[in-house]
Design a protein around this ligand. Structure first.
Ligand code: FBP
Length: 264
């Protein structure tokens, strides 16, 4: 069962996941009148052929159920707002049992490694890994080094450390940020060992830059991207998805992908 779920999440070892947990993490400020509606994003996930749709349990319960047989769900089990400025800690808000009932194919959890609260997150994550693996479902760790002890969360060494921590704590996939260092990123991916690496999108940027990032991280050995704002804040999200899939899934170069964007 575990192998089947992992296999389904990664088409031929590659994956493009659509992230939609930002309403909780950042607030509606990320949205416009279209993409504030979860149905708009779920339609996009279906039409775009994403390997999985990421959300919290409220959206899974109220919106995802109508798409259950057509889209794979990655349920985020913890979350926090950006309203507090305490030591970074994202509390568990949903159980693995509940995720399975809601139809999850995988579960996700953010770890702020380096935070004064990291031991609490490690403890919660450990239990989640045990329960999810008992159910035969993969676990994705958002590895975001953060807090007063982290001077720069984007050095290659810190990213490699985070990837390694995720693997050693039992994650099957780690989701990390990219720092624009293609050579260094090979070391980051190596540090994750058998654990797959996917890269977050971040703030909206020019599509050409996004495709270039995708190419660099995949060439460094990453399995794909788990991306949100760059897609659903774009005026033509399906076209951009198609272009991104050229690089991520079909292993084409950026030039080839750009042709898709230029088509009328
Ligand atoms: P984006 O592609 O929109 O950056 O989404 C990726 C993601 O990891 C989300 O899953 C999450 O909500 C967000 O980034 C958290 O980013 P940060 O903590 O840096 O604000």
């Amino acid at each position: 069962m575990f192998k089947t779920k992992m296999y389904r999440l990664l088409s031929g070892g590659r994956a493009l996941f659509l992230a939609y947990d930002q309403g909780l993490e950042h607030g509606p400020t990320d949205f416009n009148l279209e993409n504030i509606n979860p149905n708009y994003i779920l339609d996009l996930a279906e039409k775009g052929g994403y390997n999985g749709f990421i959300c919290h349990h409220g959206i899974a319960e109220k919106y995802y159920q109508n798409y259950r047989d057509r889209i794979r769900l990655i349920l985020k089990l913890n979350g926090k707002t950006n309203l507090t400025h305490l030591a970074p800690y994202s509390a568990q808000v949903c159980s693995v049992d509940r995720a399975v009932k809601l139809g999850a194919d995988a579960v996700g959890y953010t770890i702020y490694d380096g935070s004064p609260m990291e031991s609490t997150m490690f403890r919660e994550f450990g239990k989640i890994v045990e329960q999810a693996h008992d159910y035969g479902i993969p676990v994705i760790a958002w590895m975001y080094p953060r807090g007063k002890f982290i001077k720069n969360e984007l050095t290659t060494e810190i990213l490699a450390y985070s990837a390694r921590v995720g693997m050693e704590l039992g994650a099957d996939i780690v989701k990390i940020k990219y720092n624009g260092d293609p050579e260094g990123f090979k070391w980051v991916v190596k540090s994750a060992g058998k654990c797959k690496v996917v890269v977050a999108g971040g703030h909206k940027e020019a599509p050409e830059k996004l495709l270039q990032t995708a190419k660099e991280v995949l060439d460094a050995g990453a399995a794909g991207m788990a991306i949100g704002r760059n897609i659903w804040q774009n005026a033509e999200p399906l076209k951009l998805t198609k272009a991104l899939k050229k690089v991520v899934i079909e292993n084409k170069d950026v030039k080839e992908a750009l042709k898709v964007l230029k088509r009328k």
